[in-house]
Write a protein that binds this ligand. Structure first.
Ligand SMILES: Cc1cc2nc3c(=O)[nH]c(=O)nc-3n(C[C@H](O)[C@H](O)[C@H](O)COP(=O)(O)O)c2cc1C
Length: 461
């Protein structure tokens, strides 16, 4: 299969990557005097952040989320709690309306697990948000991996990876039916003269009877600007790629080197083609952290300053949570080896093992690397050096852009807006203003709706 060559000068897209928690990917950094992470439970923090992101013409804020806590490390929660390592963690949906109200163009993408909440309830909430934000909502579809999530949700065990994706496939059918087929275009008449709000002949009952879900009734909200939110996905196992090839419009990736991304990008594009879509119907964003200053020296000094605050033990507790492997039992100088995971995030482990076998990571190195910015690369340098690296990653791996993690927040995004954006714009690699329309249109879609090749479009009347 040959794909259309990617445009060598394609515009680089950037999302900001965050979590409604004290710590996302930089444990310990909340103690830094310029960091505002301790305000994670205030609207002021989130609204200020959203405005900063919009100043940097960032495409969207991607809010990670999961039910469950990092309790694998040492077999308990102590390390995670002591360092606030993604616990406590709040519901990311609550602050979105406020952020939307304070901005005009920023996309707002939230993570929700297709194995947790009933699809009917979730579909209504997303439609509501898509209305309130005038079509700026995206959904990162995840299938869950923490054993602790299963316990609090009253289930006995984690379903196998394949079954979790099977459940998610059926979940998608249900939400497509609700979003795309229940209310025809023009069903809400809103006619003040006749007093008719909706035309009952254009509002249809969904009748879904499947293996995992039974839903009968109309969608409770009228169609929102995008109907289906922009769909993102972040799994990269073979089954994950198949799921993504069918449903995703954007993929979130992670990996410490270019080498580990290329096969995942190519594999998922191939899955899209197998599902009857175009290889270019999916955009790829990889996790990265930028530490920059006006000069190389300034950037390196910043990095050295940040390093004084990191908590590698907490980073290890988080990595143990993602993979399900208790790294507290390892010698710090022991090399990390690949093993088959059913409950964990395979891409997290693969990126540090078999996808780049020439690079052997020890537990100590992994902890230090993950303590600033997480599982992606850290670009440290003056704006021209960082821009070189960003261009290089996009051009070599065929990704479309980045999810910017932070070391210190909101400093990382202020620096991006002030220093990196003008550099990328001067190279013709970054927008100078937002496109008009919904999030899907801003990301290059021809309309606010799923395109005609997407399986969700088949549910339309
Ligand atoms: C960049 C990135 C972000 C992710 N964000 C989340 C998240 O917010 N919540 C979650 O439950 N899983 C998240 N995941 C995990 C994936 O959704 C997926 O469940 C996991 O990778 C296991 O699937 P796989 O075996 O197909 O890779 C993320 C993964 C990556 C690579």
């Amino acid at each position: 299969m040959t794909f259309a060559a990617s445009n060598p000068k394609k515009e680089i897209r950037v999302n900001a990557f965050s979590l409604h928690s004290l710590v996302h990917h930089s444990p310990g950094m909340w103690r830094h005097p310029r960091d505002r992470s301790l305000e994670y439970n205030t609207l002021d923090y989130w609204v200020d952040l959203a405005k900063t992101l919009e100043r940097g013409l960032i495409d969207s804020l991607f809010m990670a989320d999961s039910i469950g806590v990092n309790d694998v490390h040492g077999g308990n929660l102590d390390t995670a709690l002591r360092h606030g390592a993604q616990v406590p963690k709040q519901d990311p949906l609550m602050s979105l309306s406020a952020m939307a109200y304070a901005t005009r163009d920023l996309g707002l993408c939230v993570t929700s697990n297709a194995n947790h909440e009933p699809p009917y309830v979730f579909a209504r909430r997303m439609s509501t948000l898509d209305h309130l934000t005038r079509g700026r909502i995206g959904w990162n579809i995840v299938t869950g991996f923490a054993r602790s999530s299963v316990k609090v949700l009253g289930k006995d065990q984690v379903a196998s990876r394949d079954e979790r994706y099977d459940i998610a496939d059926e979940y998608m059918d249900v939400v497509y039916k609700l979003w795309e087929s229940s209310w025809e275009d023009g069903a809400s008449v809103r006619d003040t003269a006749t007093g008719v709000f909706a035309d009952p002949s254009k509002v249809h009952r969904v009748d879904h009877e499947g293996k995992y879900f039974r839903v009968q009734g109309i969608h409770m909200t009228e169609p929102s600007p995008q109907r289906t939110p922009v769909l993102f996905q972040a799994g990269s196992s073979a089954r994950g790629q198949r799921f993504a090839g069918r449903h995703a419009e954007g993929i979130y990736l992670s990996g410490p080197s270019k080498k580990v991304l290329t096969p995942v990008v190519a594999g998922t594009r191939a899955e899209a083609v197998k599902a009857g879509r175009d290889a270019r119907d999916i955009q790829f964003f990889t996790m990265a952290t930028i530490i920059t200053g006006r000069t190389t020296r300034e950037a390196r000094d910043k990095y050295e300053d940040y390093r004084r605050y990191v908590t590698p033990e907490a980073a290890l507790a988080m990595f143990s949570g993602w993979t399900g492997i208790d790294f507290s039992t390892y010698d710090p100088d022991e090399p990390i080896r690949y093993m088959q995971l059913d409950a964990g995030t395979s891409s997290a482990l693969e990126g540090f093992t078999r996808l780049d076998p020439e690079r052997i990571w020890t537990v100590r190195e992994l902890a230090l690397h993950n303590a600033i910015g997480g599982r992606g690369p850290v670009f440290i340098g003056a704006p021209n050096e960082v821009a070189d690296a960003l261009e290089d990653w996009v051009d070599e791996t065929d990704i479309d852009g980045f999810n910017l993690s932070y070391a210190v927040t909101p400093e990382a995004y202020e620096d991006f807006a002030e220093l990196i954006v003008p550099e990328l714009q001067a190279r013709g690699r970054y927008k100078t203003r937002y496109a008009t329309g919904t999030l899907r249109e801003k990301l290059g879609g021809r309309s606010g709706l799923l395109n005609e090749r997407h399986p969700g479009a088949a549910f339309r009347r």
